[in-house]
Design a protein around this ligand. Structure first.
Ligand code: AMP
Ligand code: GLY
Length: 423
C-alpha cells in the first residue's frame, strides 16, 4: 500500500525509517520530510491546513494510510475528513485530540474518571487566577490551556514568578492558547513517559522513555523541545507500568468513548512517579520527539500492521516485539538554540547508514545536492543502542564525536539518571 507520512522532524525521520522497512509499504510519501528522509520515500509539498487538498492528494496517489507525526494537524482535525473519505489514519479525531489541545479538557476527563493527577484550579478571569495563586503560594505550576509549542507551562518556584506567568497568559503572550489558564499543584518525584497505542477501545503499552528538557548539562538552563532521550525508563518498573495502564490509561479510553470521542493513535502519557505511584502530568496525542527515535530503534516488529490496527481496531490481537537493548539519542542543536541561531551551516562527517544500532536521524536539516545543511534549532538526533544505558550512552557519544559541525552543540550527559542507577 501507499502511505503518507506528515512532518519534518527527527520523529518523522525515525517513523519513515521504520515504515520504509515494511514489506507492506509500496510508496512512502513524506510531506515535507527533511535532509535525512530523501532515500526513504518520495518528498512532496503539501499544505496540511488544506484538508480537502490532503484528501485529494491521497485519492490521486492511491494512499491508504496517513501517519500524522505532529500535534498541530491533529488538533486542527485533519484525521476527520481523511476517515470520512475512507482513508486509514494513524492519529486521533479532532475531538479526541483535545487531550493534547486543551489542558482544561484533560483535567475534566481526569475529574470525571478519577484519574490521579495534580490538583488544580481553572480560570478565565485574570483577577481570580491571581487570587488563587496568592492563596496557594509557591511552588505552583501555571499552564496556558491551548497549544503553545511547549512554552505555555511555567513551573514557578516563587509567588512572584507565578503571578508574572498568570499576567503573561492573560496579557496574550500565548494568544488564544492563554485565554484559559490551569493553575496546578506542584508534583514531586521522577518524570517519565509511557506510550500507548489505542484503537478507540483497546490500549497496548508501546514503550517507556525519559527525556531531558533543559538545554544544559545537569538539567540546567531554559526548556527546549528535548535535548535527548532514552528508552526504557528504569523508573517505570512493571508494577508501575501496570498501575499507569489501570489507573490512568484505561479510564481515559473509557471516558473518551463514553463522551463519543473514542481515542485512536498514540497516547503519550507524561507522568510523575513518586514511590511507584504514577500521576498524570499531561497527555500528548502523538509520539514524543526525540522519544520516538529511541522507541523505533528498539521496536523489532513491522510497524505498519500496528499503525493500521489503531485505525481499524483489533489492537488487542497485536503483539509488538521489542529488543531488550537500551536505546539513547543525543540531540545536536544549532549554537544559540533555544534562542536565536544561524541557519545554513554545513554538517560533515555524518556516518554512512546501514547499521541498525547506530543511526543519525535528521531533524532541522536540508540536503542540497550532496551537502547537508542545518536549517533548524534541533538538527540531528544521534542515536545508538547497547545492552545497558552506560554502553548505549558511550556508543551515542562516539557517534557524536565523529560528526564535524562546529556551529552545533549537544549536552554531554544524556541518560545520566539511568547511567547513575547502573553504577
Ligand atoms: P507539560 O507541557 O504539561 O508536560 O509541562 C512541561 C513540564 O513542566 C513537564 O514536563 C514537567 O517537567 C513540568 N510540570 C508540568 N506540570 C507539573 C506539575 N504539576 N508539577 C511539577 N512539574 C510539572
Ligand atoms: N520531547 C517532548 C515532546 O515531544 O513533547
Amino acid at each position: 500500500m501507499n502511505i503518507l507520512l506528515i512532518g519534518s522532524g527527527g520523529r518523522e525521520h525515525a517513523l519513515a525509517w521504520k515504515i520504509a522497512q515494511s514489506p507492506l509499504c509500496d510508496t512512502l510519501f513524506i510531506a515535507p520530510g527533511n535532509g535525512g528522509t530523501h532515500d526513504l520515500g518520495e518528498h512532496i509539498s503539501l499544505n496540511v491546513e488544506d484538508h480537502a487538498g490532503v484528501v485529494a492528494l491521497c485519492k490521486l496517489q492511491n494512499i491508504e494510510l496517513v501517519v500524522v507525526g505532529p500535534e498541530i494537524p491533529l488538533v486542527d482535525g485533519l484525521a476527520d475528513p481523511l476517515r470520512e473519505a475512507g482513508i486509514a489514519v494513524f492519529g486521533p479525531s479532532k475531538l479526541a485530540a483535545q487531550l493534547e489541545g486543551s489542558k482544561v479538557f484533560t483535567k475534566e476527563v481526569c475529574d470525571r474518571m478519577n484519574i490521579p493527577t495534580a490538583g488544580y484550579g481553572h480560570f478565565t478571569n485574570h483577577a481570580e487566577a491571581r487570587a488563587y495563586v496568592e492563596a496557594q503560594g509557591a511552588p505552583i505550576v501555571i499552564k496556558a490551556d491551548g497549544l503553545a509549542a511547549g512554552k505555555g507551562v511555567t513551573v514557578a518556584m516563587t509567588r512572584d514568578d507565578a503571578l508574572a506567568a498568570i499576567d503573561d497568559c492573560f496579557d496574550g503572550a500565548f494568544g488564544d492558547a492563554g485565554a484559559e489558564v490551569v493553575v496546578e499543584e506542584f508534583l514531586t518525584g521522577e518524570e517519565a513517559s509511557m506510550f500507548f497505542l489505542c484503537d478507540g477501545t483497546n490500549a497496548i503499552p508501546f514503550g517507556t522513555a525519559q527525556d531531558h528538557k533543559r538545554v544544559g548539562d545537569g538539567d540546567t538552563g531554559p526548556n527546549t523541545g528535548g535535548m535527548g532521550a532514552y528508552s526504557p525508563a528504569p523508573v517505570l518498573d512493571d508494577a508501575t507500568q501496570n498501575r499507569v495502564m489501570d489507573e490512568i490509561v484505561k479510564p481515559t479510553l473509557k471516558g473518551m468513548a463514553d463522551m463519543g470521542a473514542p481515542f485512536s493513535g498514540v497516547l503519550y502519557a507524561g507522568l510523575m512517579i513518586d514511590n511507584g505511584a504514577p500521576k498524570l502530568i499531561e497527555y500528548n496525542v502523538r509520539f514524543g520527539d526525540p522519544e520516538c527515535q529511541v522507541l523505533m530503534m528498539r521496536l523489532e516488529s513491522d510497524i505498519v500492521p500496528i499503525l493500521l490496527a489503531c485505525d481499524k481496531g483489533g489492537l488487542s490481537d497485536v503483539q509488538a516485539q521489542w529488543s531488550s537493548d537500551f536505546a539513547l539519542t543525543v540531540v545536536m542543536a544549532a549554537n544559540g538554540y533555544p534562542g536565536n541561531y544561524e541557519k545554513g551551516s554545513q554538517i560533515n562527517g555524518l556516518p554512512v547508514t546501514g547499521d541498525k544500532q547506530n543511526l543519525v536521524f535528521h531533524a532541522g536539516t536540508q540536503r542540497v545536492e550532496k551537502v547537508i545543511q542545518a536549517v533548524g534549532g534541533r538538527v540531528l538526533n544521534v542515536t545508538a543502542t547497547g545492552p545497558n544505558a552506560t554502553e548505549a550512552q558511550a556508543n551515542a557519544y562516539k557517534l557524536v564525536d565523529g560528526i564535524d559541525w562546529p556551529e552545533g552543540f549537544c549536552r554531554r550527559d544524556i541518560g545520566w539518571r539511568a547511567v547513575e542507577r547502573e553504577s
